[in-house]
Structure formats: structure tokens, C-alpha cells
Design a protein around this ligand. Structure first.
Ligand code: ATP
Ligand code: MG
Length: 266
């Protein structure tokens, strides 16, 4: 057994290994991941076992270089897994071909550190492009504007990225990720470029999506102020899942001085 075997026990109704697993949004078993080839081959993820149930908000934290973004891109079907099992939205994605992976990605909302907006398109058009990837294009402008409005950008819908602040661009990227109502949302430091109020608005919106609509959210963050929205906090260290705790456990296992007291204030 690996040292993380307590992190994600396989759900089992009667304690036997043959029990049928409950549906979860993400199920990872014995995943290892390497960058590079030959002499340059370097392992960056070790023995990852993790379940993300539907409707949970899970925060992933850990030092720089510990493998958080890599794990997120694997779950998002943006890189190919070769060792272990990775099931996303009830589909095993290890071994799938390129076009099948694209289909998996359609059901995932991504918010990444680099927001990847199209500079020549307005905020609204950037969001509408995501809607155009789906079969239902009805009222795409209205839907884009509504989403941007929920993120506090009603007066910026026709601005291009170069005329928006870093935080505003981040919120356009968030609107684009959310507009198709994906059942799974993967976010890498979504509040990093935001001031306190906008950051809180974004996580409150995510909390609403998870609790009222059963979406699953995996969010990488170093922002202690938003930890309180998490159902669970998982910590990566050197490519391994070190801990998997609820907020109370996380707080009691960390030096209070390293935590921001504002995180307890809603
Ligand atoms: N494309 C790549 N090719 C080779 N090595 C990479 C690549 N991307 C990341 N790595 C390495 O993999 C390890 C994990 O990187 P990753 O980006 O997942 O870390 P992280 O936890 O997201 O860090 P941060 O908090 O700084 O964003 C690091 O050692 C990094 O140098
Ligand atoms: Mg990263």
C-alpha cells in the first residue's frame, strides 16, 4: 500500500473490494506522470489516488512546483495519462483518442493562470465563442452578457482585453468557463488577479454552482481568504497527495500564523 492509501478510499458499501463504486465526477487511481523522454524523463506525480464527488468544492494547495497544475491538466484531458486510471464524468479517459478527449473537454470549464482571451474580440465575443462550441447557440449574446453581469462586468461587455484590467480579464475568463454550465470546473488560481471583493464574489458564485446545481469544482489556490468555501482541502507536496482534510482539520494542522485570519470572515 502506498502512503496515500488513506486519501481516497474506494467507496464500498459492504467493505468488499468487489463493491460497485458510486458515481463520482473524478476518480483517480494509482496515477503516475512523467515529463520528458529518455535521460530527461522526470516523474512529477506519484501514486495519486483521489475521488471528487459531484457537488463538492475541493481546494488544492501546496508549494510551487509540487504538481498542482499538472494534475489539473490531466483531469482536464489536456495531457495524456499513461500510467494509472483516470475517470472523468463517469468515463475512463486513459486510452482515449484525440477526438474523444475533445468531447470530454466540452463538459469541463477551465480557468487557468494565463487567461487566454482573444485580444481582437470583445469580452462578450470571447464568452460567446465558448457558447459556439456547443449545439445550443440560442441567444448567445444575451447569455454572455448575463454571465458577465453576474461577474460584475455589465459595463465592460463590449471592451476588448487590452482595455480591461488584469482582474477584469480574469473575470471574463471565468465567465467563459461558466457560461456553458459545465458539470466539472477546474480552476488554477482563479482569484489571484482579483481584489478582495471580486475574489469573494467569484468564490461565492462557485459555491452556489456547487451547492445548488451539483457542479464539481477543483480549484488550486494559495489564497487563504477563500479556503472557507471548500468542502475539502487537499495538499500536494513533491508530486504526492500529502493530505486530504476538511477545513477544521486543515486549520488545526497548520501554523495559525501561516493562515490569514480574514478567511474566517464571510
Ligand atoms: N511542460 C513541462 N515540461 C517539463 N517539466 C514540466 C512541465 N510543466 C511543469 N513541469 C515540471 O513539473 C513540476 C510540477 O509543475 P506544476 O506546474 O504542475 O507545479 P505547480 O504545483 O502548479 O506549481 P505553481 O504553484 O508554481 O503553479 C515542476 O517541477 C515543473 O518544473
Ligand atoms: Mg501551477
Amino acid at each position: 500500500m502506498n502512503k496515500n492509501s488513506s486519501v481516497a478510499p474506494i467507496p464500498s458499501a459492504n467493505g468488499t473490494a468487489t463493491a460497485v463504486a458510486e458515481p463520482v465526477a473524478v476518480r483517480i487511481r494509482d496515477l503516475n506522470f512523467f515529463f520528458g523522454q529518455g535521460d530527461l524523463r522526470k516523474q512529477v506525480l506519484y501514486d495519486i489516488n483521489l475521488d471528487l464527488p459531484y457537488g463538492q468544492i475541493v481546494i488544492m494547495t501546496g508549494p510551487s512546483g509540487s504538481g498542482k497544475t499538472t494534475l489539473l491538466t490531466l483531469i482536464g484531458a489536456l495531457r495524456t495519462v499513461r500510467e494509472g486510471s483516470l475517470s472523468v464524468l463517469d468515463q475512463e479517459i486513459v486510452g482515449l483518442g484525440r477526438s474523444q478527449l475533445v468531447d470530454v473537454r466540452r463538459n469541463i470549464g477551465f480557468i487557468f493562470q494565463a487567461h487566454n482571451l482573444f485580444d481582437s474580440l470583445t469580452a462578450s465575443k470571447n464568452v460567446e465563442m465558448a457558447i459556439e462550441l456547443t449545439e445550443d447557440w440560442q441567444e448567445k449574446r444575451e447569455r454572455a452578457v448575463e454571465m458577465l453581469t453576474q461577474l460584475g462586468l455589465s459595463d465592460r461587455v463590449d471592451y476588448k482585453p487590452k482595455s480591461l484590467s488584469g482582474g477584469q480579464k480574469q473575470r471574463v475568463a471565468i465567465a467563459r468557463a461558466l457560461v456553458n454550465q459545465p458539470p466539472l470546473l477546474l480552476a488554477d488560481e482563479p482569484t489571484a488577479a482579483l481584489d478582495k471583493k471580486s475574489g469573494r464574489d467569484v468564490v461565492t458564485l462557485m459555491q452556489k454552482l456547487a451547492k445548488e446545481e451539483g457542479r464539481t469544482i477543483l480549484m488550486v489556490t494559495h489564497d487563504n481568504r477563500i479556503l472557507d468555501v471548500a468542502d475539502r482541502i487537499i495538499t500536494m507536496v513533491d508530486g504526492r497527495l500529502e493530505t486530504d482534510e476538511n477545513l477544521a482539520q486543515f486549520v488545526s494542522s497548520h501554523d495559525p500564523k501561516s493562515l490569514d485570519r480574514r478567511m474566517f470572515v464571510m
